[in-house]
Ligand binder design. Structure first.
Ligand code: ADP
Length: 259
């Protein structure tokens, strides 16, 4: 609490009392903490690939370049780390764009089945690499007033996670249904699952259950934060249910009419 006090003096200089103003700054302090955490996280996430790029470039210049096999290995690492930086910066810009006041969705009438097809096409290479399949159960003709590209982005993020956090040869299921005023899309995997205790923080920026694994899979730690923001911008919500070692289900509830 910030507390300010001031005496109240009457017209004849007589003492009338004191006015005390208290200001609850708990929320401000919390916001400031979140901001500091975020800056620290971003710095760390940027520093790791840059350290690696710098180290391997120096090693190459110090003579490793004469060894063609080592050179190729090192250049591949440099390329991978540059790709990671690129992804991270894209996701950061994306997130700050969505959070900015005045962010606008490009609303049109969107067929859920179309959005699902387009998202599946985008992740098809990744899916094949792990020899995984997607089973669809989509009620026909569900349409919503939404931003199609943003919905595709949401589904691509969820599907990419479903692939990255699952073993090879497993199945992903997409289920789409509707109620009178909502479209509901579920993305279910048979992957590693998430402990119940981790679920409440899952949609926070940079929150990861397993940092090393997420990095290996090329994740930025921002995918679910972007999903949450985009769905909430549509007036919807996203939930998760998961069981460790069994799999996860991410569910999107989307209002059919835009607000
Ligand atoms: P990342 O880039 O690390 O995947 P996300 O924001 O997309 O970042 O996800 C945050 C964390 O949630 C991941 O690091 C992972 O630990 C966990 N996670 C997300 N989706 C799944 C899933 N389908 N199965 C298991 N864990 C998941």
């Amino acid at each position: 609490f910030n507390v300010y006090g001031a005496p109240v003096i009457g017209r004849h200089g007589n003492w009338l009392g004191i006015i005390v103003v208290t200001h609850d700054i708990t929320k401000l302090v919390k916001l400031e903490e979140i901001r500091k955490d975020f800056v620290a996280n971003v710095s760390h996430e940027l520093r790791t690939p840059i350290t690696s790029i710098k180290g391997f470039t120096e090693t190459l210049l110090d003579g490793a370049m004469k060894d063609p096999v080592a050179s190729k290995d090192f250049l591949e690492i440099i390329q991978k780390e540059s790709d990671r930086l690129h992804l991270l910066i894209n996701d950061l810009l994306e997130l700050s764009g969505i959070e900015r006041e005045g962010f606008q969705l490009q609303i049109s009438n969107v067929l859920i089945s179309d959005v699902i097809e387009k998202s599946m096409k985008i992740i098809s290479g990744l899916l094949e690499k792990k020899n995984m399949v997607i089973v669809k159960d989509i009620q026909s003709n569900i349409s919503v007033e939404a931003d199609a590209d943003r919905l595709i982005q949401v589904l691509v993020n969820l599907l990419t996670n479903a692939i990255n956090y699952s073993k090879e040869n497993t199945t992903i299921s997409i289920h789409a249904s509707e109620t009178a005023d909502e479209a509901i899309i579920e993305v279910k995997d048979e992957g590693m699952g998430i402990a119940k205790t981790e679920l409440p923080r899952l949609f926070e920026r940079f929150y990861r259950v397993d940092r090393a694994r997420s990095r290996d899979s090329g994740g930025t730690g921002l995918g679910l934060a972007i999903v949450k923001h985009l769905i909430e911008a549509h007036g919807g919500k996203v939930t998760v249910d998961s069981e460790l070692g069994v799999g996860s289900i991410f569910t999107i509830h989307l209002p059919k009419k835009s607000a």
